[in-house]
Design a protein around this ligand. Structure first.
Ligand SMILES: [Ca+2]
Length: 365
């Protein structure tokens, strides 16, 4: 797996990133993924048939252990292992390349830089603010000046990762039109100014369970000990998205991280998409048909000492402590907003405005 790098286009000044090769298509409901477990079952079955070990154990220390669907999983050397009944670790798949995320950044006392595909280093600001003003189309939103680096339109018309990466490139490079899902600046509705981001996502289907219409930025760097403050205004016109915003690691398979989710009634929760998926619940309901501000502030910790605070229109609805980062050395480097996932109940039309991402860093170079 390779991380989506920044890529300079045209002038060489506007970096963009290809969408991650890591899809979430099979991942709305599972952390280490059904695929992993299916693979695990397959490997264990193969082992039983051949009487030979399907893989070797890790050479380094185990970084994390958790139970997924009754199966014990261990993480070491960037790999996932299932814990066999005799306690031995059976290799399942590579999740990340140790050191790769760290090599993509330079962290100094005064700045954080991220390397682009062109080998240049780009400033990663402590604070990004986006209001979607003065943009004719989604192409205008992508680039250093606006801070967005990517959009993802996964849908029945672009179901696989290569499909939606190709669609992204067609729209950005050639000015091609949307297929079914859309993500674009709109003057139809806004919280402030004269425009917002409009997302349209068709319902998921049996074949394509996750439908996405989201915008993302990889001008982000948040590590253990940092406090991240995310805020945005939402207006749901139709439907109810499953996912509203994510802060995740593009370097790890399936992009684990923290995300704000809603059930089909709009009830909000925050989840660490990783391991046994620690979930922080609220009784708050995201309204349809009016502008609502969601603000999520998190102290990042791979132990149980993280904090999670969610405000809905300035009312604190989640105030919890717990795990907020997959592993101690995980870098959360991608922020995604919009309809980050839709369900199979119907299409979603949602507007987003006044997005803010702020990181209070613990600098230790
Ligand atoms: Ca605006």
């Amino acid at each position: 797996m390779t991380v989506a790098p920044l890529r300079a286009v045209d002038s060489g000044e506007s970096p963009i990133a290809a969408p991650s090769k890591i899809g979430e298509d099979d991942f709305v409901n599972n952390p280490v993924s059904r695929r992993l477990l299916v693979a695990a079952a397959g490997l264990l079955l193969a082992a039983a048939c051949t009487q030979t070990a399907p893989g070797t154990g890790p050479t380094g220390d185990v970084d994390a252990r958790f139970v997924v669907d009754g199966q014990s999983v261990a993480i070491a050397d960037g790999n996932a292992y299932v814990v066999a009944s005799d306690g031995s670790l059976v290799f399942i798949k590579e999740l990340y390349t140790p050191g790769e995320a760290q090599a993509a950044f330079r962290v100094t006392r005064n700045a954080v830089l991220r390397v682009g595909e062109d080998g240049k280093w780009y400033n990663v600001p402590d604070r990004l603010e986006m209001g979607f003003e003065d943009a004719k189309g989604v192409r205008d939103l992508i680039g250093l000046e606006r801070g967005w680096t990517n959009f993802t339109l996964q849908s029945p018309a672009a179901p696989t990762v290569p499909d939606y990466v190709a669609l992204f490139k067609r729209i950005l490079a050639e000015g091609a039109g949307f297929e079914d899902n859309r993500v674009e600046p709109s003057e139809e509705n806004f919280y402030r100014g004269a425009a917002s981001l409009r997302t349209y996502a068709v319902a998921g289907t049996d074949a394509v369970p996750v439908s996405k219409a989201s915008l993302s930025s990889i001008l982000v760097h948040a590590v253990e000990g940092d406090t991240v403050d995310l805020s945005a205004w939402y207006f749901i016109e139709q439907g109810m998205p499953v996912g509203l915003m994510d802060l995740e690691s593009s370097f790890i398979d399936q992009g684990p991280g923290m995300r704000v989710l809603a059930d089909q009634t709009g009830r909000l929760r925050v989840e660490l998409k990783w391991g046994d998926k620690p979930t922080y619940r609220s009784e708050a309901i995201l309204s349809v048909g009016r502008w609502t501000q969601l603000r999520l502030r998190m102290l990042l910790s791979a132990a149980q000492s993280g904090t999670i605070e969610l405000w809905v229109d300035n009312e604190l609805v989640i105030d919890a402590t717990g795990q907020t980062l997959p592993l101690g050395d995980t870098i959360l480097d991608r922020f995604e907003i919009g309809t980050t996932a839709n369900n199979d109940l119907g299409p979603v039309i949602m507007f987003v405005d006044d997005v803010r991402i702020e990181t209070k860093r613990v600098r230790t170079p």
